[in-house]
Design a protein around this ligand. Structure first.
Ligand code: SAM
Ligand code: SF4
Length: 344
């Protein structure tokens, strides 16, 4: 019988309780804001954590520290073989289990994922126009992604949400169309400010459409219930500030990571596909959990020593969690990894 979980508190008095696990650095898209068109170096397969190793880290976070949510991401997580097997391993943890996907493989996978115990999903969709979609993702798969969203709804995943990165001059003229699509489907759209995590390093502040402007545009087309400051609308830890439509047709969210960062409420940590633990998307330091999982202590499932070492390394890492990133400030340092290599 394991001891009761002890909440993990970081140096800024925030409780850490949300784990994001990247399970692959590979992807079948090449979104301009994330990857280069060519030339990505993939991790060798034996450097990726196995599902057993990922589930073990998640279990330690839940049992030792009372984590409440686990999100599977990547790269594109549906590219990893037998993903429902990992979902089935995580489901018994009883936490809020979610997946972020570009949606392309959902037409054939959504039902298996739901059957394995997945409850909810975020699908990325940045444009409803085939040409803009193809320019952004460098792939011609809009129809498949739309079919993937329908498959997720049909499989009973609830909620299905849309992630939409807004880039000025590229897709900001589609904000209202995307909101309308979400309303029609009963799906909450989350508009995300473009962050400096693109592999090509071309991000600039003038490409960022501030969340405030996004909301104003949505509000002008579909009036929103309240408009009293972004932070006021959220529950404290969810990065998306959510607003309900006045006509009752669901809600819309904005993730103002750049212009109004939610760092002071941040409760999340990340594990990269090769097992590096990070306390922030923009962290410059990583903690090697794979070395513990595969090192001297071995990886026998009931090996308490490995669990102890993982727990103390996670504690040590969380002790370094900083107050927040400094995007837009002179002392901001860009991580040398892109979004797909960290896990979004
Ligand atoms: N491949 C999956 C997908 O696209 O949904 C999961 C991984 S992706 C890295 C996770 C999320 O990060 C996606 O919603 C994507 O749009 C977002 N993202 C990627 N690069 C970004 C950037 N530079 N700024 C803001 N969001 C970004
Ligand atoms: Fe792939 Fe997601 Fe990055 Fe797009 S955002 S390249 S789908 S990992």
């Amino acid at each position: 019988m394991p001891p009761a979980p002890v909440p993990l508190i970081d140096p800024f008095d925030r409780r850490v309780k949300d784990l994001r696990i990247s399970i692959t650095d590979r992807c079948n898209f090449r979104c301009t804001y994330c990857m280069p068109a060519e030339g990505m170096q993939w991790l060798p397969r034996d450097e990726l954590l196995t599902y057993e190793e990922q589930a073990r880290i998640a279990r330690v976070c839940v049992e030792r520290f009372g984590f409440e949510s686990v999100r599977i991401t990547g790269g594109e997580p549906t590219l990893r073989a037998h993903l429902p097997r990992l979902i089935a391993m995580l489901a018994p943890l009883g936490v809020d289990l979610a997946l972020t996907s570009n949606g392309v493989k959902l037409p054939e996978m959504a039902h298996d994922l739901a059957a394995a115990g997945l409850r909810r999903i975020n699908v990325s969709l940045d444009s409803l126009r085939p040409d803009t979609f193809a320019a952004l993702t460098r792939r011609d798969d809009l129809e498949r992604v739309l079919a993937g969203i329908d498959a997720a709804l049909d499989a009973g995943l609830d909620p299905v949400k849309l992630n939409c990165v807004v880039i000025r001059g590229v897709n900001d003229d589609e904000i209202v169309d995307l909101a309308a699509y979400g309303r029609a489907k009963g799906i909450g759209v989350r508009f995300i400010e473009f962050m400096p995590l693109d592999a090509e390093g071309t991000w600039s502040m003038d490409q960022v459409v501030p969340a405030r402007e996004i909301l104003d545009r949505v509000d002008a087309a579909f009036p929103l219930e309240h408009d009293d400051g972004l932070a006021a609308a959220n529950d404290g830890t969810e990065p998306a500030a959510r607003y309900r439509y006045r006509d009752g047709a669901g809600d819309v969210g904005v993730i103002p990571s750049v212009t109004e960062p939610f760092c002071e409420h941040c409760d999340r940590v990340r594990v990269t596909a090769e097992g590096k633990f990070r306390t922030c998307l923009f962290a410059l330091e990583e903690f090697d959990l794979r070395a513990i999982l595969r090192g001297d202590a071995g990886d026998a499932p009931d090996d308490d020593e490995v669990d102890d070492r993982l727990a103390s390394e996670i504690e040590r890492a969380v002790g370094t969690k900083w107050a927040g990133h400094r995007i837009g400030q002179v002392n901001f340092v860009r991580p040398d990894r892109s979004m797909s290599q960290i896990g979004g």
